[in-house]
Design a protein around this ligand. Sequence first.
Ligand code: NI
Length: 172
Amino acid sequence: MAVLPILTYPDPRLKQESEPVSEIDDALRAFVRDLEETMHAGPGGVGIAAPQVGRLLRVAIVDCSRSRKPVSNHGRMVLINPEITRWEGVAVGREGCLSVPDYTGNVIRAEAVRVEALNEHGEPVAYDCEGFEARAVQHELDHLDGLLFLDRLVSRRHDLFRRKVHKKPGER
Ligand code: NI
């Protein structure tokens, strides 16, 4: 396993659309393990997407079980070729991103979503997510379409915040 280097804004690879995964094999599973280790090594790592480490593949991981605040969650979700198939409600919330280490921002998202995907064994999975977990899923899936939370701000002037304190790696 390996912690992979994270691309940060404005790396142009973060703006690209990722390709669907065509084969779920041992090489992909090894990549998912590295991606997960990379997520856990980062500050506040509740999610990560393959393009953040320079692999333009439709793979994301969300795990809100270690979130600082207790939130409703499904634990570890490996999402390969994910699609959101249901949206409900609207909520504004603060987001951060491993690829935008110096800022957080207020972003409007659906309050609840259903995400359908394949897991790393090629099995279809579906999760009904709400609140913080739903936000994390929408944020990670945006990465697969080359979108950062910065692209979702209504106003950079009012909704973008510089982080006051840098958390050390591994701190949550
Ligand atoms: Ni992100």
